[in-house]
Design a binder for this molecule. Sequence first.
Ligand code: COA
Length: 595
Amino acid sequence: MQILLVASAFNSLTQRVHAELRDRGHTVSVELAPHGESLRAAVRRYEPELIVAPMLKTAVPREVWTAHTCLIVHPGPLGDRGPSSLDWAIHENASEWGVTVLQADAEMDAGNVWATVACPVPPVGKSDLYRNEVSDAAMAAVLLAVDRFASGTFTPRAQDSGADAADVQVRPYVDQRLRRIHWDSDSAETVLRKLRAADSQPGVLDELLGADWYLHGGHPEDSLRGRPGELVATRAGAVCRATTDGAVWIPELRPRRRTGGPATFKLPATTALGDRLPALPESPAPPHLDGRLRTWSDIRYREEGQAGFLSFAFPGGAMSTAQCRRLLDAYRTACSRPTSLLVLGGTRDFFSNGIHLNVIEEAADPGEESWANINAMDDLVEAVLTTTDRLVVSALGGNAAAGGVMLALAADEVWCRAGAVLNPHYRLMGLFGSEYWTYTLPRRVGTDTADRLMDDALPVSAVTAQRLGLVDRLVACGPQDFAAEVAATAVRLASMPATQARIAAKKADRERDETVRPLASYRQEELVRMHRVFFDPDAPYHALRRAFVRKEPSAGTPPHLASGLPGRHGEVARRPGDSVTGMASRKAAPGPDGC
Ligand code: COA
């Protein structure tokens, strides 16, 4: 079917719908940030059989929805209406929520129902919920609605009719007055709920150390205490703030924008506070965090049987120089343990999105900071690539992009939750990329596919990633079950006799590859290109990074998305001679159980 996706941004859900509809053989075009005339023009250009809006903040013009079936994805259960559905789900402590696919109508969220799918609401931030449970429900609802439309026999029904008719509930926009934290009276649970409902955007506006800040992210603390509202400790860039009955960790802050001033952006809390930060104790997480401790830590390690699990979760999947170095230290410590298999990855949500563009943007010299950050990423990737005394598995509970995908590919196996979306490319940020991708990517998918992935700069579903060879094992489970599924498989694999033989073989492979072409030479060649870009003030990377960090709206639909046909070569970063053709191509060997 010819399907037109219309969206306010090519966000995670739009990317997933795009990738999974294409997987099913549909021809998918995209119109971004549409206003009335641009959408009418896109409809004339593509003549779609169906229009789907995975994330649209504006109304569809009447002449479009009267002439075409337009399906609007609403992140709320049947009968729910309003612009802040997920904020309300968290605010009201709902244990279950849903996604409803509605037909566009004159009134927002009031159209007839094509599909509705329920989902659980675990205690996580709004964006995490959106990228995971809500994304799974939305994808299921979209596929159901598309199938129903294709059948030609389905009649969508009004929200308040039928056997499972729902009461219509219009929930208002959640503004900062509703989000406000009352430090003198709110319990830690209430504070956490308010922070989660505003995470990752817009954050909770609050006063801290004499200035206005948006607080981003919120995690529990077990034992630290203080006067309500007071900062009591720091940990890995986050600050801990006391409540009436406990304390919470806040990893990031964003200054309030001054009237007429430039857009502000999130930074690690201690970086954002800078000189304002009083002397506070750095309170590292206890080394062994078992299930009883809830205190926040962005890096954790545990063991089960012969398997080690090094998990990490950085806000937005972005990894600064400091975060890369801390993770490398933890990786080295994990490698000193007597395990035969090490799982590297988050338990849910983003695996990694590469270097930390916000921290780079804030640095006194963004070129220097970009350089430090990419080298810190490369050091981490190198440590993974040169681990020859155990198997390493990357576990992707959620999405990954750019250098974050390449970090995953450094492992012997990549396991990926079936709902994840991968963006294995760099050029939209004006970069050639590093993280040894010129070694790992062609080795897994072949040079032609590596070139195509880099050029197309399109998201790929987990299923396609497996088909291409980027992923070895699909983990078909809900986001909350991913860690347990991975653990069970990892423990089994770690204790299999064949694993020792694989470890010996991988060591031999690495030594052979090193004689063919040393790893250092891949890194050097990549970094020559990166250095040129980082230290050229006119390179597009600097303007692209600035726009990304400050969330400048896209001027329209980028050319690589406009056509439903894949394979258009972009013009941002690749230059003649940038092809990877000619590099070593070797498909990853399948595991003993064929994964
Ligand atoms: N540095 C800093 N912040 C990043 C980031 C990065 N590398 N990648 C993602 N983020 C932030 C986003 O700004 C966003 O912040 P918000 O929640 O406050 O809005 C958050 O992480 C989630 O990203 P978002 O873009 O909303 O998620 P998405 O799922 O819609 O899109 C990506 C994911 C990865 C495609 C998109 O974020 C992206 O292009 N990131 C940059 C990747 C990159 O170029 N890395 C550097 C080269 S190695």
